[in-house]
Design a protein around this ligand. Structure first.
Ligand code: PLP
Length: 360
């Protein structure tokens, strides 16, 4: 059985080269006589793995020295709580609701303080990004929160909101390392890695140093304080060691591809193939306002549920996996992350064209 084209939204496709390398090192990591899974996280070999991973990530994203890089656990969902617990000094924050993940973060923040929804695209099933140039951001808001790429609905902030001087916090789970980023525009950038970087179980949090303080909400557990992890180089307790090792390999792979500018170019090329097809198709259509389209997650429908189901089934039989749309949206979704080769998208489009002819 060979490998399929895996269009899963997450956990998602990883570079084949990385998987092969990990396989080759599985039983004996570089002469240590053991797998990375079996070694102490305090060992010299592991220290080099995590230090190199951080160094490579800093290089890829151009992360300034006054930002910490934390490798955490608990999924992106745990950050929904950790962010207000650590950042809500005034117990108030502004949330822009562009989909389910933003909404969940907003609801979680409401457990700790006043979460103010300053904009939303719920009125049109989150198919667009609202105008965020002049939002009613409260004077005393501690931060403005966005989900930068909406995995389920396939929208992306191509322009960051005007936060009126407030700290910007962004969930970038599904667009992490897909394009160059100006880290200085954010207070916190974080994401679960299972969308575009590595195996589930690791969350990377890039946070400006002045936001890491002892002044957290009362009752904040030690493990949920950024300071705990920042003071201990992400090794306060046992980190998700094997996952970080795979992330490190993906960082090296990205550097070999030419870094994030090259990735963006490649991702644009891939997404264009699919969007151009959708725009020309009489059967399939994209569900997102064109200017807000994501390069990573591409939802589309035929307008007929039975035909959607038939398409997903036949696509699977032809080696295109996980094209079924999210349960709340229906239709189809092709997630075309960094590691999806361009041939995967070309072949998918050819298959869609064939399906269209047969079902016209
Ligand atoms: C998948 C996803 C999450 C949730 O991630 P978990 O690691 O399962 O908690 C949060 N935000 C976005 C944008 C996602 O795509």
């Amino acid at each position: 059985m060979g490998r399929v084209y895996n269009f899963s939204a997450g956990p998602a496709v990883l570079p084949e080269e990385v998987l092969k390398e990990a396989a080759a090192e599985m039983l004996d990591y570089r002469g240590t006589g053991m797998s990375v899974m079996e070694m102490s996280h305090r060992s010299k070999a592991y220290e080099e793995i995590i230090t190199t991973a951080e160094k490579d990530l800093r290089e890829l994203m151009g992360i300034p020295d006054n930002y910490k890089v934390l490798f955490l656990q608990g999924g992106a969902s745990q950050q929904f709580a950790m962010i207000p617990m650590n950042l809500m000094k005034n117990k108030k924050a502004a949330y822009i609701i562009t989909g389910q993940w933003a909404k969940k973060a907003y609801q979680e923040a409401g457990l700790y303080g006043e979460a103010v929804a300053v904009a939303s695209s719920a009125d049109k099933t989150f198919s667009y990004i609202p105008d965020c140039s002049d939002l009613p951001i409260p004077e005393d808001a501690d931060y403005v929160y966005i989900c930068e790429n909406n995995t389920i609905y396939g929208t992306k902030f191509w322009q960051l909101p005007n936060t009126k001087g407030k700290t910007l916090v962004a969930d970038v789970s599904s667009c992490f390392l897909s394009e160059p980023v100006d880290v200085t525009k954010y207070g916190v950038i974080y994401g679960g890695v299972q969308k575009n970087i590595g195996p589930a179980g690791v969350v990377i949090c890039i946070i400006r140093e002045d936001l890491i303080t002892e002044d957290v909400l009362p009752g904040t557990p030690t493990m949920l304080r950024y300071k705990t992890h920042a003071d201990n180089g992400s090794m306060y307790n046992t980190p998700p060691a094997y996952g970080i090792y795979i992330c490190g390999k993906v960082f090296q792979w990205l550097k070999k591809q030419g870094g994030l500018a090259a990735m963006k170019e490649y991702n644009e090329k891939k997404a264009k193939i699919l969007y151009d097809f959708l725009d020309g198709s009489k059967l399939f259509k994209g569900t997102v306002q064109k200017k807000d389209r994501s390069l990573m997650n591409v939802p589309f429908v035929t307008g007929n549920e039975e035909l959607d189901a038939k398409f997903v089934k036949e696509a699977k039989a032809a080696g295109f996996e996980n094209l079924k749309g999210h349960r709340t949206v229906g239709g189809m979704r092709a997630s075309i992350y960094n590691a999806m080769p361009i041939e995967g998208v070309e072949k998918l489009v050819a298959f869609m064209g064939e399906f269209e002819k047969q079902n016209a």
